[in-house]
Design a protein around this ligand. Structure first.
Ligand code: SF4
Length: 349
């Protein structure tokens, strides 16, 4: 997928530039031999002028010097010249229209990097998704996925969980942390589902948020991933990344949700959430973002906040132990060929 896009420089001028931030080798591998270098420079320079005002692109694509400053992994020149400067600020003059364009372009790039983005919780029905999402607070999806099979085997329906012995549920949920509060929530929401909704998970936001332990974030996960109703999931990754990208300065999750919702068509909201969260989990970490291995570095105003040395940055890429639990599709091969994220073990998930 990445290969074909990279060669289409005439039709998608934005894409090669973004990919070059991930790895210059991606472009040179996929463009015409002998012309790769010049195309790469041209694309990157164009990106600096048009798509990342004041942002990373300007730091990484100085005309005439671009090949040594692009953050291309694996090159000695990059190692010696990769900037380690504080993140630049998006100019205060960036218009709303320019912000919308930049934000959507980042999402398009993320969609190519993570075409397999999906909720990483395992579930077979709406009840399981709802419970798993409640349990995912303050822990990893992997830990939840290791815990829920025993829970759902013993209590397969809301009616079963509603009358469960709390101590027995606590024992099952202990590995997820905050297990007493989570036990109260899942038993409480199961009672509410049994008594008020006929044992069915409601498909409306206003009903979902009345259930014990269910806030807007959890409700949107269920609405977006089971009922197909678009929603933005503002979790810790989402908050961190939209701030790094200067998409909004809001701090309150509800205000972030409203601000970001205004930048994208409603139909994109659910997948946008997956893309951003996937990127936050794998590359743009809280403490050590892997800027030098980040495919969207040329579009990111916060480039430089993390490790810019490509080789060191590659080592920061994170994956769940044992691969990508629940993953059904592999990353695009061209991206892997270009030195991007490692492939999960065959058969993982
Ligand atoms: S890792 Fe994060 S901060 Fe660094 S360039 Fe990528 S998106 Fe920006």
């Amino acid at each position: 997928m990445a290969a074909s896009k990279a060669t289409a420089s005439g039709t998608a001028a934005s894409k090669p530039a973004a990919k070059s931030g991930a790895s210059g080798t991606a472009v040179t591998k996929t463009t015409a031999p002998g012309k790769a270098a010049s195309k790469t420079v041209a694309s990157r320079t164009a990106a600096a002028k048009t798509t990342a005002p004041g942002g990373a692109a300007s730091k990484t694509t100085a005309p005439g010097k671009a090949p040594t400053k692009t953050g291309a992994p694996g090159t000695a020149a990059t190692k010696t010249t990769a900037p380690r400067t504080p993140p630049t600020k998006t100019p205060p003059t960036e218009s709303h229209t320019a912000l919308v364009r930049r934000a959507r372009r980042i999402d398009r790039e993320l969609a190519e990097i993570y075409p397999y983005a999906h909720p990483e919780l395992d579930f077979e029905n709406s009840f399981q998704l709802l419970v798993a999402t409640v349990l995912s607070a303050q822990t990893t999806d992997l830990r939840v996925n290791q815990t829920t099979p025993a829970l759902f085997a013993k209590y397969p329906t809301p009616e079963d969980l509603a009358v469960a012995n709390p101590e027995e549920v606590e024992e099952i949920l202990r590995p997820t942390g905050f297990f007493r509060a989570k036990t109260r929530s899942v038993i409480g929401l199961s009672k509410a589902l049994s008594e008020e909704f006929g044992g069915e998970v409601p498909g409306r936001l206003e009903d979902l948020v009345k259930l014990p332990g269910v806030g807007r974030k959890t409700a949107f996960v269920v609405l977006g991933n089971y009922f197909g109703r678009p929603g933005i999931t503002v979790d810790t990754h989402f908050q961190r990344l939209v701030h790094r990208w200067r998409w909004t300065a809001e701090k309150d999750p509800d205000k972030i949700e409203a601000a970001i919702g205004g930048l994208f068509p409603k139909a994109d909201w659910t997948m946008l959430s997956h893309h951003v969260i996937f990127h936050g989990r794998r590359i743009c970490h809280a403490r050590k973002p892997a800027c030098g291995a980040c495919p969207i570095a040329p579009l990111c105003p916060a480039y430089g906040e993390g490790e810019t040395d490509p080789e060191k940055a590659k080592k920061l890429l994170k994956y769940e132990k044992g691969g990508f639990p629940g993953q059904r599709l592999n990353p695009p091969q061209a991206y892997l060929d270009a030195g991007g994220i490692p492939a999960p073990p065959l058969g993982a998930g």
